[in-house]
Design a protein around this ligand. Structure first.
Ligand SMILES: [Zn+2]
Length: 130
């Protein structure tokens, strides 16, 4: 089923057609194959191996995504800890919550960062024929 351009990133689909899967195993929690990518799209033949070392840039995306996730937890933590003393005393809870969230979501974030990096560099053609 084709996915629209912006959603193709979230569903880890081909950035060009939104149909083909970027990864060989669609389950991100199959940890032995978390980084195994298809070489090209099965529908539009878009090349997923752009050049050697291309996905190193995905690390920057991963940093941005995980930072944003931790910042999203901050308003919740702030709402639960009004006073300054309480805010600082309970900082370990916030750090622990961030750590747990990042460990649980790490396989998906790794894949998502690669998908975002590829999406930035490949344009989406809605009606591209293979
Ligand atoms: Zn495709």
């Amino acid at each position: 089923m084709p996915v629209k351009s912006r959603k193709s990133v979230l569903f880890l689909r081909c950035p060009t057609c939104g149909k083909g899967s970027l990864f060989k195993n669609t389950n991100p929690y199959a940890l032995n194959s978390v980084l195994d990518m298809n070489e090209h799209c099965e529908y539009c033949n878009e090349d997923f191996e752009v050049e050697p070392g291309f996905y190193q840039g995905g690390m920057y995306m991963s940093y941005i995504i995980t930072s944003a996730m931790c910042l999203c937890l901050l308003p919740i933590y702030t709402a639960l800890n009004f006073s300054r003393e309480k805010f600082l005393d309970n900082a370990m809870y916030y750090i622990s919550a961030c750590a747990i969230m990042l460990v649980v979501t790490a396989p998906y974030i790794v894949r998502l960062s690669r998908a975002v990096w590829l999406k930035i560099h490949v344009k989406y053609f809605k009606n591209k024929e293979s």
